[in-house]
Design a protein around this ligand. Structure first.
Ligand SMILES: Cc1cc2nc3c(=O)[nH]c(=O)nc-3n(C[C@H](O)[C@H](O)[C@H](O)COP(=O)(O)OP(=O)(O)OC[C@H]3O[C@@H](n4cnc5c(N)ncnc54)[C@H](O)[C@@H]3O)c2cc1C
Length: 406
Protein backbone atom coordinates (compact mmCIF):
# COMPACT_ATOMS: atom_id res chain seq x y z
CA UNK A 1 0.00 0.00 0.00
CA UNK A 2 1.41 3.46 -0.82
CA UNK A 3 2.19 5.58 2.22
CA UNK A 4 -1.18 5.68 3.89
CA UNK A 5 -3.45 6.61 1.06
CA UNK A 6 -6.15 4.44 -0.40
CA UNK A 7 -5.79 3.27 -4.00
CA UNK A 8 -8.59 4.03 -6.52
CA UNK A 9 -10.31 0.60 -6.22
CA UNK A 10 -10.39 0.94 -2.42
CA UNK A 11 -11.81 4.46 -2.67
CA UNK A 12 -14.47 3.25 -5.10
CA UNK A 13 -15.33 0.29 -2.86
CA UNK A 14 -15.79 2.61 0.13
CA UNK A 15 -18.13 4.82 -1.91
CA UNK A 16 -20.15 1.74 -2.92
CA UNK A 17 -20.31 0.59 0.70
CA UNK A 18 -21.61 3.95 1.86
CA UNK A 19 -24.31 3.83 -0.80
CA UNK A 20 -25.26 0.26 0.10
CA UNK A 21 -25.39 1.22 3.77
CA UNK A 22 -27.64 4.18 3.11
CA UNK A 23 -29.93 2.56 0.57
CA UNK A 24 -30.15 -1.13 1.46
CA UNK A 25 -29.04 -1.50 5.06
CA UNK A 26 -30.44 1.62 6.73
CA UNK A 27 -34.08 0.75 5.87
CA UNK A 28 -33.60 -2.71 7.43
CA UNK A 29 -31.87 -1.21 10.47
CA UNK A 30 -34.79 1.13 11.02
CA UNK A 31 -37.19 -1.81 11.12
CA UNK A 32 -35.13 -3.54 13.83
CA UNK A 33 -36.08 -3.64 17.48
CA UNK A 34 -33.51 -1.89 19.72
CA UNK A 35 -31.75 -4.37 21.98
CA UNK A 36 -32.47 -7.38 19.76
CA UNK A 37 -30.50 -9.07 17.01
CA UNK A 38 -31.76 -7.79 13.66
CA UNK A 39 -31.68 -11.02 11.67
CA UNK A 40 -32.91 -9.56 8.35
CA UNK A 41 -30.07 -7.02 8.58
CA UNK A 42 -27.50 -9.75 9.27
CA UNK A 43 -28.90 -11.81 6.37
CA UNK A 44 -28.61 -8.82 4.04
CA UNK A 45 -24.96 -8.34 5.06
CA UNK A 46 -24.51 -11.97 4.02
CA UNK A 47 -26.42 -11.49 0.78
CA UNK A 48 -24.21 -8.54 -0.13
CA UNK A 49 -21.10 -10.69 0.36
CA UNK A 50 -19.78 -8.50 3.17
CA UNK A 51 -19.74 -11.18 5.86
CA UNK A 52 -17.63 -13.37 3.59
CA UNK A 53 -15.06 -10.59 3.36
CA UNK A 54 -14.57 -10.87 7.13
CA UNK A 55 -12.78 -14.16 6.51
CA UNK A 56 -11.29 -13.75 3.06
CA UNK A 57 -9.52 -10.41 3.33
CA UNK A 58 -7.30 -8.72 5.86
CA UNK A 59 -7.44 -6.06 8.54
CA UNK A 60 -7.33 -3.14 6.09
CA UNK A 61 -10.46 -4.38 4.31
CA UNK A 62 -12.14 -4.98 7.66
CA UNK A 63 -11.40 -1.35 8.57
CA UNK A 64 -12.63 -0.07 5.21
CA UNK A 65 -15.90 -1.93 5.68
CA UNK A 66 -16.37 -0.78 9.26
CA UNK A 67 -15.56 2.86 8.52
CA UNK A 68 -17.79 3.01 5.42
CA UNK A 69 -20.77 1.24 6.98
CA UNK A 70 -20.49 3.31 10.17
CA UNK A 71 -20.68 6.47 8.10
CA UNK A 72 -24.20 5.66 6.94
CA UNK A 73 -25.59 2.93 9.21
CA UNK A 74 -23.98 2.14 12.56
CA UNK A 75 -26.39 -0.74 13.20
CA UNK A 76 -25.20 -2.52 10.05
CA UNK A 77 -21.60 -1.80 10.97
CA UNK A 78 -21.98 -3.31 14.41
CA UNK A 79 -23.90 -6.36 13.16
CA UNK A 80 -21.06 -7.03 10.71
CA UNK A 81 -18.35 -6.47 13.31
CA UNK A 82 -19.97 -8.81 15.83
CA UNK A 83 -20.16 -11.64 13.30
CA UNK A 84 -16.44 -11.13 12.86
CA UNK A 85 -15.59 -10.85 16.55
CA UNK A 86 -17.58 -13.94 17.53
CA UNK A 87 -16.53 -16.10 14.58
CA UNK A 88 -12.91 -15.02 14.05
CA UNK A 89 -11.73 -17.45 16.76
CA UNK A 90 -13.48 -20.27 14.87
CA UNK A 91 -11.97 -19.15 11.57
CA UNK A 92 -8.44 -18.66 12.94
CA UNK A 93 -8.19 -21.32 15.66
CA UNK A 94 -11.00 -23.81 14.94
CA UNK A 95 -10.78 -27.34 13.60
CA UNK A 96 -12.03 -28.19 10.13
CA UNK A 97 -15.17 -29.70 11.67
CA UNK A 98 -15.88 -26.54 13.69
CA UNK A 99 -15.28 -24.31 10.70
CA UNK A 100 -17.45 -26.43 8.41
CA UNK A 101 -20.24 -26.51 10.97
CA UNK A 102 -20.45 -22.76 11.61
CA UNK A 103 -18.64 -20.53 9.14
CA UNK A 104 -20.89 -21.09 6.09
CA UNK A 105 -23.88 -19.98 8.16
CA UNK A 106 -22.01 -17.02 9.65
CA UNK A 107 -21.05 -15.90 6.14
CA UNK A 108 -24.60 -16.37 4.90
CA UNK A 109 -25.93 -14.41 7.86
CA UNK A 110 -28.13 -17.25 9.08
CA UNK A 111 -26.12 -17.97 12.26
CA UNK A 112 -25.32 -15.16 14.70
CA UNK A 113 -22.00 -15.22 16.58
CA UNK A 114 -20.84 -13.71 19.88
CA UNK A 115 -17.59 -13.33 21.80
CA UNK A 116 -17.97 -14.02 25.53
CA UNK A 117 -14.95 -12.91 27.54
CA UNK A 118 -16.15 -10.36 30.13
CA UNK A 119 -17.64 -11.36 33.48
CA UNK A 120 -19.20 -9.40 36.33
CA UNK A 121 -15.92 -9.78 38.28
CA UNK A 122 -13.47 -9.65 35.35
CA UNK A 123 -13.69 -6.87 32.76
CA UNK A 124 -10.47 -4.99 32.13
CA UNK A 125 -8.64 -7.65 34.11
CA UNK A 126 -9.80 -10.41 31.77
CA UNK A 127 -7.09 -12.80 32.95
CA UNK A 128 -8.92 -12.94 36.29
CA UNK A 129 -11.96 -14.58 34.68
CA UNK A 130 -13.64 -17.19 36.79
CA UNK A 131 -16.12 -19.13 34.63
CA UNK A 132 -15.15 -22.65 35.67
CA UNK A 133 -14.48 -25.48 33.22
CA UNK A 134 -14.39 -28.52 35.46
CA UNK A 135 -13.23 -31.82 34.05
CA UNK A 136 -15.75 -34.60 34.26
CA UNK A 137 -15.26 -38.24 35.11
CA UNK A 138 -16.09 -40.71 32.33
CA UNK A 139 -19.72 -41.81 32.58
CA UNK A 140 -20.75 -38.89 34.77
CA UNK A 141 -21.77 -36.81 31.78
CA UNK A 142 -24.12 -39.45 30.45
CA UNK A 143 -25.76 -39.89 33.84
CA UNK A 144 -26.26 -36.15 34.34
CA UNK A 145 -27.62 -35.77 30.83
CA UNK A 146 -30.09 -38.60 31.41
CA UNK A 147 -31.14 -36.99 34.72
CA UNK A 148 -31.75 -33.65 32.96
CA UNK A 149 -33.84 -35.22 30.24
CA UNK A 150 -35.76 -37.21 32.82
CA UNK A 151 -36.48 -33.93 34.59
CA UNK A 152 -38.28 -32.70 31.49
CA UNK A 153 -35.61 -30.74 29.61
CA UNK A 154 -36.92 -29.73 26.19
CA UNK A 155 -33.40 -29.68 24.80
CA UNK A 156 -31.59 -32.63 23.32
CA UNK A 157 -27.80 -32.81 23.38
CA UNK A 158 -26.32 -31.85 19.99
CA UNK A 159 -24.44 -34.24 17.74
CA UNK A 160 -20.94 -33.33 18.93
CA UNK A 161 -21.88 -34.24 22.48
CA UNK A 162 -23.70 -37.42 21.57
CA UNK A 163 -20.61 -38.58 19.70
CA UNK A 164 -18.55 -38.39 22.88
CA UNK A 165 -18.97 -41.48 24.89
CA UNK A 166 -15.27 -42.26 24.37
CA UNK A 167 -12.32 -41.50 26.64
CA UNK A 168 -11.83 -37.87 25.56
CA UNK A 169 -11.85 -34.92 27.92
CA UNK A 170 -15.19 -33.42 28.85
CA UNK A 171 -15.84 -30.41 31.03
CA UNK A 172 -18.79 -28.70 32.68
CA UNK A 173 -18.93 -24.90 32.42
CA UNK A 174 -20.28 -23.08 35.47
CA UNK A 175 -20.43 -19.35 36.04
CA UNK A 176 -21.45 -16.11 34.33
CA UNK A 177 -20.59 -13.85 31.44
CA UNK A 178 -21.76 -10.25 31.30
CA UNK A 179 -22.01 -7.39 28.76
CA UNK A 180 -21.88 -9.83 25.85
CA UNK A 181 -22.94 -8.28 22.54
CA UNK A 182 -25.59 -10.37 20.72
CA UNK A 183 -26.35 -12.34 23.92
CA UNK A 184 -28.62 -14.04 24.66
CA UNK A 185 -29.86 -14.26 21.06
CA UNK A 186 -26.70 -15.50 19.32
CA UNK A 187 -26.59 -19.02 17.87
CA UNK A 188 -23.15 -19.77 19.25
CA UNK A 189 -20.62 -18.23 21.60
CA UNK A 190 -16.85 -18.19 21.77
CA UNK A 191 -16.55 -18.65 25.51
CA UNK A 192 -13.40 -18.19 27.58
CA UNK A 193 -13.32 -20.40 30.67
CA UNK A 194 -10.86 -21.28 33.40
CA UNK A 195 -9.46 -24.78 33.00
CA UNK A 196 -6.54 -24.31 35.41
CA UNK A 197 -7.38 -22.50 38.66
CA UNK A 198 -4.84 -19.95 39.87
CA UNK A 199 -2.92 -19.88 36.58
CA UNK A 200 -4.09 -16.44 35.40
CA UNK A 201 -3.93 -15.97 31.64
CA UNK A 202 -2.20 -19.34 31.25
CA UNK A 203 -5.14 -21.34 32.58
CA UNK A 204 -7.88 -20.16 30.21
CA UNK A 205 -9.43 -22.25 27.41
CA UNK A 206 -11.59 -21.01 24.53
CA UNK A 207 -14.68 -23.11 23.77
CA UNK A 208 -17.18 -22.92 20.94
CA UNK A 209 -20.52 -23.26 22.72
CA UNK A 210 -23.73 -23.60 20.67
CA UNK A 211 -26.59 -21.62 22.22
CA UNK A 212 -28.76 -24.73 22.63
CA UNK A 213 -26.40 -26.51 25.03
CA UNK A 214 -28.30 -27.64 28.14
CA UNK A 215 -27.69 -25.38 31.14
CA UNK A 216 -26.96 -22.23 29.09
CA UNK A 217 -29.42 -19.39 29.68
CA UNK A 218 -29.28 -15.62 29.33
CA UNK A 219 -31.04 -12.29 29.68
CA UNK A 220 -30.91 -9.08 27.70
CA UNK A 221 -29.53 -5.89 29.30
CA UNK A 222 -31.04 -2.48 28.57
CA UNK A 223 -27.98 -0.43 27.54
CA UNK A 224 -27.35 3.03 26.12
CA UNK A 225 -25.71 1.35 23.14
CA UNK A 226 -28.37 0.41 20.55
CA UNK A 227 -27.11 -3.09 19.73
CA UNK A 228 -28.17 -6.19 21.71
CA UNK A 229 -26.15 -6.94 24.84
CA UNK A 230 -26.84 -9.56 27.46
CA UNK A 231 -25.65 -11.69 30.35
CA UNK A 232 -25.18 -15.46 30.20
CA UNK A 233 -25.47 -18.05 32.96
CA UNK A 234 -23.73 -21.41 32.65
CA UNK A 235 -25.16 -24.13 34.87
CA UNK A 236 -22.89 -27.13 34.33
CA UNK A 237 -22.98 -26.70 30.55
CA UNK A 238 -21.32 -29.76 28.95
CA UNK A 239 -18.43 -29.26 26.52
CA UNK A 240 -15.97 -31.73 25.05
CA UNK A 241 -12.54 -31.68 23.43
CA UNK A 242 -14.37 -31.15 20.12
CA UNK A 243 -15.55 -27.75 21.37
CA UNK A 244 -12.10 -26.41 22.26
CA UNK A 245 -10.83 -23.59 20.04
CA UNK A 246 -7.06 -23.86 19.80
CA UNK A 247 -5.52 -25.72 22.72
CA UNK A 248 -6.59 -26.20 26.33
CA UNK A 249 -5.10 -23.53 28.61
CA UNK A 250 -4.08 -21.44 25.57
CA UNK A 251 -7.38 -19.61 25.21
CA UNK A 252 -5.98 -16.24 26.21
CA UNK A 253 -3.95 -16.27 23.01
CA UNK A 254 -7.18 -16.77 21.09
CA UNK A 255 -8.71 -13.78 22.88
CA UNK A 256 -5.71 -11.49 22.43
CA UNK A 257 -5.11 -12.57 18.82
CA UNK A 258 -8.72 -11.72 18.04
CA UNK A 259 -8.52 -8.36 19.81
CA UNK A 260 -5.29 -7.44 17.99
CA UNK A 261 -7.27 -7.72 14.75
CA UNK A 262 -10.43 -6.07 16.00
CA UNK A 263 -9.00 -3.14 17.99
CA UNK A 264 -7.88 -1.13 14.94
CA UNK A 265 -11.25 -1.88 13.39
CA UNK A 266 -13.06 -0.44 16.43
CA UNK A 267 -11.01 2.63 15.57
CA UNK A 268 -12.33 2.47 11.98
CA UNK A 269 -15.90 2.31 13.31
CA UNK A 270 -15.16 5.42 15.38
CA UNK A 271 -13.65 7.23 12.40
CA UNK A 272 -16.74 6.48 10.30
CA UNK A 273 -18.88 8.08 12.98
CA UNK A 274 -16.52 11.06 13.31
CA UNK A 275 -16.58 11.65 9.56
CA UNK A 276 -20.38 11.54 9.51
CA UNK A 277 -20.48 14.09 12.35
CA UNK A 278 -17.92 16.30 10.60
CA UNK A 279 -19.76 16.25 7.26
CA UNK A 280 -23.06 17.09 8.95
CA UNK A 281 -21.30 19.98 10.72
CA UNK A 282 -19.86 21.36 7.48
CA UNK A 283 -23.33 21.46 5.93
CA UNK A 284 -24.97 22.92 9.01
CA UNK A 285 -22.41 25.65 9.71
CA UNK A 286 -22.36 26.65 6.03
CA UNK A 287 -26.14 27.16 5.98
CA UNK A 288 -27.11 28.37 9.43
CA UNK A 289 -27.73 32.11 9.59
CA UNK A 290 -26.10 33.82 12.57
CA UNK A 291 -25.13 37.38 13.37
CA UNK A 292 -25.68 38.67 9.87
CA UNK A 293 -23.76 35.89 8.12
CA UNK A 294 -23.38 32.12 8.37
CA UNK A 295 -22.06 30.21 11.36
CA UNK A 296 -18.94 29.28 9.39
CA UNK A 297 -18.05 32.96 9.08
CA UNK A 298 -17.30 33.02 12.79
CA UNK A 299 -13.64 32.18 13.07
CA UNK A 300 -14.05 30.24 16.28
CA UNK A 301 -16.58 28.01 14.51
CA UNK A 302 -14.40 27.55 11.42
CA UNK A 303 -11.40 26.69 13.58
CA UNK A 304 -13.39 24.10 15.48
CA UNK A 305 -14.40 22.48 12.20
CA UNK A 306 -10.75 22.50 11.11
CA UNK A 307 -9.76 20.85 14.40
CA UNK A 308 -12.41 18.15 13.95
CA UNK A 309 -11.09 17.38 10.45
CA UNK A 310 -7.46 17.44 11.59
CA UNK A 311 -8.00 15.01 14.43
CA UNK A 312 -10.22 12.69 12.37
CA UNK A 313 -7.59 12.43 9.64
CA UNK A 314 -4.77 11.85 12.13
CA UNK A 315 -6.73 9.05 13.79
CA UNK A 316 -7.63 7.54 10.41
CA UNK A 317 -3.95 7.36 9.45
CA UNK A 318 -3.14 5.58 12.67
CA UNK A 319 -6.00 3.09 12.18
CA UNK A 320 -4.85 2.14 8.69
CA UNK A 321 -1.21 2.01 9.77
CA UNK A 322 -2.18 -0.48 12.50
CA UNK A 323 -4.32 -2.52 10.10
CA UNK A 324 -1.47 -2.60 7.56
CA UNK A 325 0.93 -3.72 10.30
CA UNK A 326 -1.49 -6.55 11.17
CA UNK A 327 -1.74 -7.67 7.54
CA UNK A 328 2.06 -7.62 7.23
CA UNK A 329 2.47 -9.58 10.47
CA UNK A 330 4.64 -6.80 11.90
CA UNK A 331 6.14 -7.32 15.39
CA UNK A 332 4.58 -4.18 16.88
CA UNK A 333 0.92 -5.07 16.22
CA UNK A 334 -0.24 -5.00 19.89
CA UNK A 335 1.17 -1.48 20.38
CA UNK A 336 -0.18 -0.14 17.10
CA UNK A 337 -3.59 -1.76 17.61
CA UNK A 338 -3.82 -0.22 21.09
CA UNK A 339 -2.73 3.22 19.82
CA UNK A 340 -5.20 3.14 16.92
CA UNK A 341 -8.14 2.11 19.08
CA UNK A 342 -7.30 4.63 21.78
CA UNK A 343 -6.74 7.63 19.50
CA UNK A 344 -9.67 6.94 17.17
CA UNK A 345 -12.29 6.31 19.86
CA UNK A 346 -11.23 9.33 21.93
CA UNK A 347 -11.12 11.47 18.77
CA UNK A 348 -14.58 10.37 17.68
CA UNK A 349 -15.98 11.28 21.10
CA UNK A 350 -14.47 14.78 20.74
CA UNK A 351 -15.67 15.21 17.16
CA UNK A 352 -19.22 14.05 17.83
CA UNK A 353 -19.44 16.19 20.96
CA UNK A 354 -18.19 19.25 19.06
CA UNK A 355 -20.64 18.52 16.25
CA UNK A 356 -23.48 18.48 18.78
CA UNK A 357 -22.28 21.82 20.15
CA UNK A 358 -22.11 23.44 16.72
CA UNK A 359 -25.57 22.16 15.79
CA UNK A 360 -27.19 23.47 18.95
CA UNK A 361 -30.50 22.14 20.20
CA UNK A 362 -31.52 20.33 17.02
CA UNK A 363 -28.70 17.79 17.54
CA UNK A 364 -30.27 16.66 20.80
CA UNK A 365 -33.67 15.97 19.35
CA UNK A 366 -34.41 12.26 19.45
CA UNK A 367 -33.93 10.78 15.99
CA UNK A 368 -31.32 13.33 14.83
CA UNK A 369 -28.14 11.81 13.38
CA UNK A 370 -26.03 13.42 16.11
CA UNK A 371 -28.31 12.28 18.90
CA UNK A 372 -27.80 8.75 17.57
CA UNK A 373 -24.02 9.16 17.18
CA UNK A 374 -23.73 10.72 20.63
CA UNK A 375 -25.14 7.51 22.11
CA UNK A 376 -23.14 5.22 19.81
CA UNK A 377 -19.76 6.87 20.26
CA UNK A 378 -19.48 6.35 24.01
CA UNK A 379 -19.20 2.58 24.42
CA UNK A 380 -16.15 1.97 22.16
CA UNK A 381 -14.00 3.86 24.70
CA UNK A 382 -14.92 1.14 27.20
CA UNK A 383 -15.16 -2.17 25.30
CA UNK A 384 -12.38 -4.29 23.80
CA UNK A 385 -10.12 -2.69 26.39
CA UNK A 386 -10.94 0.70 27.95
CA UNK A 387 -8.75 3.66 26.94
CA UNK A 388 -6.74 3.30 30.15
CA UNK A 389 -6.07 -0.36 29.33
CA UNK A 390 -4.79 0.64 25.88
CA UNK A 391 -2.38 3.08 27.54
CA UNK A 392 -1.21 0.22 29.75
CA UNK A 393 -0.55 -1.97 26.70
CA UNK A 394 1.34 0.82 24.91
CA UNK A 395 3.56 1.49 27.93
CA UNK A 396 4.22 -2.22 28.50
CA UNK A 397 5.30 -2.66 24.87
CA UNK A 398 7.52 0.44 25.02
CA UNK A 399 9.37 -0.76 28.11
CA UNK A 400 9.66 -4.31 26.76
CA UNK A 401 11.24 -2.93 23.58
CA UNK A 402 13.60 -0.76 25.60
CA UNK A 403 14.71 -3.76 27.67
CA UNK A 404 15.20 -5.76 24.49
CA UNK A 405 17.36 -2.93 23.13
CA UNK A 406 15.12 -2.20 20.13
C1 LIG B 1 -21.58 -1.77 24.51
C2 LIG B 1 -20.69 -2.82 25.11
C3 LIG B 1 -20.53 -4.02 24.42
C4 LIG B 1 -19.71 -5.03 24.97
N1 LIG B 1 -19.58 -6.23 24.30
C5 LIG B 1 -18.79 -7.20 24.82
C6 LIG B 1 -18.67 -8.46 24.16
O1 LIG B 1 -19.24 -8.69 23.09
N2 LIG B 1 -17.92 -9.42 24.75
C7 LIG B 1 -17.26 -9.22 25.92
O2 LIG B 1 -16.61 -10.14 26.38
N3 LIG B 1 -17.37 -8.04 26.59
C8 LIG B 1 -18.12 -7.03 26.06
N4 LIG B 1 -18.25 -5.83 26.72
C9 LIG B 1 -17.61 -5.65 28.02
C10 LIG B 1 -16.35 -4.80 27.95
O3 LIG B 1 -15.33 -5.49 27.27
C11 LIG B 1 -15.98 -4.41 29.37
O4 LIG B 1 -16.95 -3.48 29.80
C12 LIG B 1 -14.59 -3.79 29.44
O5 LIG B 1 -13.61 -4.76 29.26
C13 LIG B 1 -14.36 -3.07 30.78
O6 LIG B 1 -14.70 -3.90 31.84
P1 LIG B 1 -15.66 -3.38 33.00
O7 LIG B 1 -16.86 -2.78 32.36
O8 LIG B 1 -15.87 -4.48 33.95
O9 LIG B 1 -14.88 -2.20 33.68
P2 LIG B 1 -13.73 -2.31 34.79
O10 LIG B 1 -12.74 -3.35 34.41
O11 LIG B 1 -14.35 -2.40 36.12
O12 LIG B 1 -13.03 -0.90 34.61
C14 LIG B 1 -13.74 0.30 34.91
C15 LIG B 1 -12.84 1.46 34.59
O13 LIG B 1 -11.71 1.43 35.43
C16 LIG B 1 -10.59 1.97 34.76
N5 LIG B 1 -9.54 0.95 34.65
C17 LIG B 1 -9.68 -0.38 34.52
N6 LIG B 1 -8.50 -0.98 34.39
C18 LIG B 1 -7.58 -0.02 34.43
C19 LIG B 1 -6.16 -0.01 34.34
N7 LIG B 1 -5.46 -1.13 34.17
N8 LIG B 1 -5.53 1.20 34.43
C20 LIG B 1 -6.23 2.34 34.60
N9 LIG B 1 -7.57 2.39 34.68
C21 LIG B 1 -8.23 1.23 34.60
C22 LIG B 1 -11.10 2.38 33.36
O14 LIG B 1 -11.50 3.72 33.38
C23 LIG B 1 -12.29 1.48 33.18
O15 LIG B 1 -13.22 1.98 32.22
C24 LIG B 1 -19.06 -4.81 26.20
C25 LIG B 1 -19.22 -3.58 26.87
C26 LIG B 1 -20.03 -2.60 26.34
C27 LIG B 1 -20.20 -1.31 27.07
Amino acid sequence: MPAFSLDPPQTAWCADLRTLAAERLRPLAEKGEPGHVNRPLVAELGQLGLLKRLFTSGAVDLCLMRESLAYACTEAETALALQGLGAHPVHAYGTEAQRDRWLPQVVEGSAVAAFALSEPGAGSDAAALGLRAEPEEQGEGGRREAAREGAGSARTPDASLAAHSDGRTRWRLTGEKCWISNAPEADFYTVFARTTPGAGARGVTAFLVPADRPGLTGTGLDMLSPHPIGALTFDAVPVTADDVLGEPDRGFRVAMGTLNLFRPSVGAFAIGMAQAALDATLVHTARRDAFGGKLKDLQTVAHQVAEMALRTEAARLMVYAAATAYDEDAPDVPKRAAMAKLLATETAQYVVDTAVQLHGARALRRGHLLEHLYREVRAPRVYEGASEVQRGIIAKELYANMEAGQ
